[in-house]
Design a protein around this ligand. Sequence first.
Ligand code: GRF
Length: 190
Amino acid sequence: MEKYPGKKNTAVFISGRGSNLKSLIKHSKKKNSLIKIILVISNNPDAEGLKYASKSEIEIYGIKNKSNFENKSLKLLDKYNIDLICLAGFMKILSGNFIKKFSKPILNIHPSLLPKYKGLNTHERAIKNKDRFAGASIHKVTEKLDSGKIILQKKVKILKSDDVRSLEKKVLKIEHEIYPKAIDKFLTNL
Ligand code: GRF
């Protein structure tokens, strides 16, 4: 059951900095957002993002990669009645078994214009290939890495003067802008 009427109980999975988590928390606090972030789980107990989340009324858990991460997470998702998982800089690949057992939607943000550049080092590859545009995509998570249905994308121009760092900065800015929008779009069309 929804703990907050009209809002989906949401969990965010992170591994590090957590800047996307921060933008999602801000969004979740808005009256008209369709999510309420209840739970944050990290496969890295030292993730910087956990510190930010702990300042809000959110349950946070750091579960080491090797210590039965998926089973422990499934128990927490059940305990907190989670309806939606948002992966945000989560660097572990979830198994098909996990996706099946959770059985509700899982979304991910990826720093490229999918289906281009699945996996890592997306900005490096876009610059190397002399692409004119880079960007970010929010997609549904399926067993196949970075391949589920795309919900929203936005592109940015790659300038001749751009390097990996400057491009990452530009793309991150649009990530923060489109992830909340993509979630609400996805939930509206459910
Ligand atoms: C983001 O670029 C995200 O798209 C990618 O990893 C980065 C995580 O950044 N999967 P942050 O932890 O949200 O700051």
